[in-house]
Design a protein around this ligand. Structure first.
Ligand code: PEP
Ligand code: MG
Length: 871
């Protein structure tokens, strides 16, 4: 069958899956298609599919048959508009616009007003009797076409200043000739071919590539090309162009709002060079159009079940829609809209949960200004994206990258931003622009990135040459600190202290739905009572890992730990351990009290002992410590040397410590059970799990398990209390995974320590590997961060095999992850797929993990997968 490259808006495509439709027509094309199918006024258009672009990018030529289909498309536009392409008396002008499956605002190229030339412009003057309008169009076309196709920057044309419009065109063409060494093209069909190629090629321009990297958009999707009859917002005073959102994308309020410019084309609004008027002006000036607009866009939102970002143009009093797409919104708006749409029965709870992302949640963990700090507000702009940020002023995207590399925080201040600035914007804490409105590039990007942004700060005068900002009589230099509040538009001199913000009610509600939907539980890695409180507040379903060594580092304890390490024999060691016991016991009691009934997984001592002493070369620290502990300096140095290992991560650590020094495990286990029994007597529910680290031999586990059994019995006897508990092992060495079958006979649970497991499976040091993993990623040796996202192929495969083996032997065995991967979205989906019971991550990652666990459930349900049970 002949391949089809071009689709008309009037085609009935019969594709139910929006995602699939966007894959073919691109987001913009799909939006146009929906608008047309709903009977809304759309200028006629046809769309070149993304697959034609993919073909072009692979083969550096158009696919066979594409141009023939494009010419048929032009005929279709001519028929629908009654105009002729290239005809000077009744000319059809068209736009050639990019549009990928995933929205990449402003990243690729678009050409407007194509079809105009020296003859056609005269025809337009004759027809409209409006030379200003006709020359304005031609001027715009020369600028955009020269920029996109010939690389002659638009800014170069803007330097030409001639009052006479006709003469401006002459000057423009002269500049073109000078730079391109040929006449400005006059054949509209030639221009069309070049424009299509230009849009295809813009898929690979550096800013688009950078954007795809930031937003993880696949490289091979390509863009569609939308070819549409032009309508003119710059025609006369009954014309204009606008952008509107069907709800407020800053705070989620259910009210349309937007911006409008009379006698302008859409690009004027999006570029942000001019400050637009609020949409309400239309209510006064064109009330009928305003109410029509309101009615249409609400209908559109109901049909597409999401907030829409709509571009429209009014040509001589007639309304046209040019684009609709899901609106980029702030995290605040995202959660409110998701909740409201459930209440309005537009979305199910599951759909609402899929509408928010981990990054949205991150935003609420970001700080706000300390309300007690007096603010020295120097100026105010339009609040375009909420949040508070503090940083040094930088005046260019390049500078933002340079300074941020030194781990310094920056606020990018510009007159307006453009697509090339996105890499620098990604490095800044927030943005300020002196011009533009809420639909400007800076505002859209900020909302997409969840960063604070203030636009239209007209009081700021940027002197780029001297790198200073003048605000009335205040002068600030590049490098000076400012603070910005994207919710109020306030710019404050200096550094305002930041404090943690609260979760909005809507987010709490969404997370409560997530908790109900998720089958997998989310616990927290919490070592201290404060951590545990925080974990509980964040919604953790227990503690999945309490690293007991972290309790050792507190001021009054570390001394005993150090003395214990320095003890000359077992007796002395036991003596000192008995002094540590009350500290540990009290901490455990607090953990049990906070978690009251939820699981508390306590791991016995794990790190190599040298971590508790200063390194050999730190003489000053050694002298100080010797003095503090009242011991001979040489004894201390000898001990440090004795503990030195070539490969400490593979050395005397984990359960090996508890086997060489069983008294350490004995003390810890005694502290745990004494604490558990005592709080149980207070009426607290204890759900205790004891975990043995770094097991690779069954006998290691059994050795430690025996200590637990003996000590627990002793304590039960002493306290006259009994309680149930579980004992399990960490799975963090490859050998533990390989003998899962044996371990599962004796362990109540497995907790995968994916930090160490990744280290040992790859043979990559978890501390030093960034040195080569970063260049590895640049050289495409590896395309993910293995210490962040689980390596499904290698580490994951070992985990899956061991889980399946373990479950065969012990069907009640509980399985979880407590490495860093437990808070990573993709790893959580993997954990759910292989049937894990829980993940455990640091307290602040709990809400994100909860969302990911619910999303995993929804994704698997959609794919009709319950769980992987065989390999
Ligand atoms: C792990 O190795 O994944 C783990 C949780 O233990 P730690 O990070 O304490 O070594
Ligand atoms: Mg570990």
């Amino acid at each position: 069958m002949k391949r089809k490259w071009v689709y008309f808006l009037s085609d009935n495509l019969n594709i139910k899956d929006t995602d699939k439709l966007k894959g073919i027509l691109g987001g913009k094309g799909a939006g146009l298609y929906f608008l047309a199918r709903m009977g809304l006024p759309v200028p006629p258009a046809f769309i070149i599919s993304t697959s034609a672009c993919q073909y072009y990018l692979r083969n550096k030529k158009f696919p066979k048959g594409l141009l023939e289909e494009v010419y048929l498309g032009i005929k279709y536009l001519e028929k629908r508009t009654g105009k002729r392409f290239g005809n000077k008396d009744n000319p059809l002008l068209i736009s050639v616009r990019s549009g990928a499956k995933f929205s990449m605002p402003g990243m690729m190229d678009t050409i407007l007003n194509l079809g105009i030339n020296d003859e056609v412009v005269k025809g337009i003057i004759r027809k409209t009797n409006n030379p200003d309008f006709a020359y304005d169009i031609y001027k715009r076309f020369i600028e955009i076409f020269s920029d996109v196709i010939f690389g002659i920057k638009r800014e170069e044309f803007w330097k030409i200043s001639v009052d006479d419009k006709e003469k401006t065109i002459e000057k423009y063409k002269e500049l073109f000739y000078e730079r391109a060494k040929k006449e400005f093209p006059q054949d509209p069909y030639e221009c069309l071919k070049m424009a299509i190629e230009g849009v295809f090629n813009s898929w690979n321009n550096p800013r688009a590539k950078e954007y795809r990297k930031i937003y993880q958009i696949p490289e091979d999707l390509g863009t569609a090309v939308n070819i549409q009859a032009m309508v003119f917002g710059n025609w006369n005073e009954r014309s204009g162009t606008g952008v509107l959102f069907t709800r407020n994308v800053k705070n989620g309020e259910n009210k349309i709002y937007g911006e409008f410019l009379f006698q302008a084309q859409g690009e004027d609004l999006v570029a942000g060079h001019v400050t637009p008027l609020p949409l309400e002006v239309l209510k006064d000036k064109m009330p009928e159009i305003y109410s029509k607009l309101e009615r249409y866009v609400k209908k559109l939102e109901r049909k597409l079940k999401d907030v829409q970002d709509v571009e429209f143009t009014i040509e001589d009093g007639k309304l046209y829609f040019l684009q609709t797409r899901a609106a980029k919104r702030t995290p605040l708006a995202a959660v409110k809209i998701a909740c409201d749409m459930v209440k309005e029965k537009l979305l199910t709870k599951e759909e609402a949960i899929m509408r928010i992302s981990g990054e949205d949640i991150d935003y609420f963990l970001h700080p706000t200004f300390d309300p007690n700090y007096p603010l020295e507000i120097i100026t105010k702009g339009k609040p375009a994206s909420p949040g508070c940020a503090v940083g040094e002023i930088v005046l260019s995207a390049e500078k933002a990258i340079e300074i941020a590399k030194q781990n310094r925080k920056v606020i990018l201040v510009r007159d307006f931003t453009k697509a090339d600035d996105v890499a620098g914007m990604a490095k800044a804490e927030g943005f300020v622009t002196t011009t533009g409105g809420e639909t400007s590039h800076a505002a859209v990007v900020a909302r997409g990135m969840g960063k604070p942004c203030i636009v239209g700060c007209s009081e700021i005068d940027i002197d780029f040459e001297n790198k200073i900002l003048k605000i009335k009589d205040i002068i600030l230099k590049e490098g000076d600190k400012i603070s910005i509040n994207g919710a109020t538009g306030e710019i404050i001199k200096g550094e305002v202290p930041l404090i943690k913000s609260e979760f909005p009610e809507e987010l709490k509600l969404l997370l409560s739905w997530a908790e109900k939907i998720a089958k997998m539980k989310v616990r927290a890695n919490a070592d201290t009572p404060i951590d545990a409180e925080n974990a509980k507040k964040m919604g953790a379903n227990g503690i999945g890992l309490a690293r007991t060594e972290h309790m050792f580092f507190a001021k009054e304890r570390i001394k005993y730990v150090q003395l214990m390490i320095l003890a000359k024999d077992e007796k002395e060691r036991k003596d000192i351990l008995s002094k540590l016991l009350p500290f540990q016991k009290n901490d455990f009691k607090e953990l049990f009290r906070v978690m009251n009934g939820l699981p508390v997984t306590i791991r016995t001592l794990d790190p190599p002992l040298h971590e508790f002493l200063p390194p050999k070369e730190k003489t000053e620290a050694i002298n100080e410590l010797a003095k503090e502990l009242n011991i001979d300096k040489q004894v201390l140095i000898r001990k440090i040397e004795e503990l030195e290992e070539h490969n400490p991560m593979m050395g005397l650590r984990g359960c090996r410590l508890g086997i060489i020094y069983p008294e350490i495990t004995e003390m810890q286990i005694r502290a745990i059970f004494e604490a558990a029994c005592e709080v149980k007597q207070e009426g607290i529910k204890v759900n205790l799990e004891i975990m043995v680290p770094l097991v690779s031999i069954l006998e290691e586990f059994l050795f430690q398990k025996e200590i637990v059994e003996n000590i627990s019995k002793e304590v039960f006897r002493e306290k006259g209390v009994k309680l149930d508990y579980k004992i399990g092992t960490m799975m963090e060495t490859p050998r533990a995974c390989l003998i899962a079958k044996e371990l599962a006979k004796y362990a109540d649970f497995f907790s995968y320590g994916t930090n160490d497991l990744t280290q040992f499976v790859f043979g990559f040091s978890r501390d030093d590997s960034p040195k080569f993993l970063v260049p590895y990623q640049q050289r495409k040796i590896i395309n993910f961060e293995p210490f962040k996202t689980i390596d499904e192929k290698g580490v994951g495969s070992l985990i899956l095999d061991s889980v399946l083996e373990a479950k065969r032997i012990n069907k009640n065995i509980k399985i979880g992850i407590c490495g860093e991967h437990g808070g990573d979205e993709k790893s959580i989906l993997f954990a759910r797929k292989i049937g894990m019971d829980y993940v455990s991550c640091s307290p602040y990652r709990v809400p994100k993990a909860l969302l990911a666990a619910a999303q995993a459930e929804i994704i698997l349900k959609k794919k009709k997968i319950t769980q992987i049970t065989t390999k």
